[in-house]
Write a protein that binds this ligand. Sequence first.
Ligand code: GDP
Ligand code: ZN
Length: 462
Amino acid sequence: ANTVTEFDTIAAIATPPGEGAISIVRLSGDDAVTLADQVFKGKDLTKVSSHTINYGHFIDPKTREIIDEVMVSVLRAPKTFTREDTVEINCHGGIVPTNKILQVLLTNGARLAEPGEFTKRAFLHGRIDLAQAESVMDLIRAKTDRSMKAALNQLDGELSQLIRNLRQEILDVLAQVEVNIDYPEYDDVEEMTSKLLREKALDVCAKIEQLLVTARQGKILREGLATALVGRPNVGKSSLLNHLLHEDKAIVTDIAGTTRDVIEEYVNVLGVPLKLVDTAGIRETDDRVEKIGVERSRQALDRSDLVILLLNASEPLTTEDIELLQLTQDKKRIIVLNKMDLEPKLDLNELYQYVDKAEVLKTSVLKNEGIRELEEHIATLFYGGIENSQTTVLVTNARHIALLEQAKAALEAVLTGLEQELPVDLVQIDMTRAWELLGEITGDSYQDELLDQLFSQFCLGK
Ligand code: GDP
Ligand code: ZN
């Protein structure tokens, strides 16, 4: 592990690899500005005001050769992301000039940043807490605007604030318990102390539970709402998938059973990221290839949060359709009656024996009819859930979820301990454990190893 005391000047390319319009090379550390000044021709960067952008040329100080036309931001500590002097060199995109600039910086005193080192420094300087650092990572990976918003809220420190409040509550009660033990004013001090511990454990437990409820929605925002697209061959699954994707990725053909493999695609439906799975349709078959598809379809069904079941309105309901209707009846589902543009042959009264009218939407994927309604229906199903949740904080990070679950378990151990009338100091241990576990979320009780492991997951330059 690196020592916390040493903050040399680090450099990295902050923009994603590849050809972009501009690239940014970032420098952070005590010598960031003097180093930048050595490689800059235009004005004296050591004299410019903080938080200014300066036009000039990037040069190799040894040869005085001009490498690129650049805009250089000079940001002095402490009002920077890392809380160190920071310089951002905006150069023309393209791998060659960007790499050359980085290389010149490295040969003139900077060190190549480790992945996540900028964010790690921000943490070590107290600029952000751990939950916020992780949300930087989530932001980079956010799939839709909505996910972005959840990550931003976390960056604002909403989750951290909530966790700190919970820790404070636990700490208060632990202090009170100490006082009770050391200065027993009443005869029934033991009973009082137990009551205090029980009430607080129940209270904090309930609050953690609320946060865990948001975790499911958070997971959906991060990973996508696992959506299984099922229906017998040729009902229009691939066509619908293509429509939602607005591009031709899945193979559409007239031959039944063409979609052999399960395809996973992400699609943004009015802010809800769906992880769509186009399946070969669930049916018994002798065809080996198709069988793999069928088996996977069943698995996809098991793993899905939402099922979109397609039926062909231009054909009577088949036994396969009915099988699928029965197989999905306990799932959150939408029944899509497709091919409405053709002469209707499906008996609606028969269909309504198996499904609720409200579950059924009518579409013609071919004519692009009813798709918007389908999208709105999906969004309502999802956001209906989110709006009902108690807090605006969404717990989206796997490490946070695991720690919340452990903290909850520790509090449950407190409750069991009290029920079994264990001595108070034993119960106190579990209570303290809950306090520590919550502290790990915000990094208020962090360990070096955890830090290194966390920050190494970042992209370079962040
Ligand atoms: P899948 O096997 O369920 O994936 O079905 P496909 O998406 O491959 O579609 C099978 C055939 O039905 C293709 O020829 C599509 O163009 C056609 N199709 C899809 N949706 C509609 C629709 O709404 N109306 C009509 N008339 N044809 C459709
Ligand atoms: Zn298909």
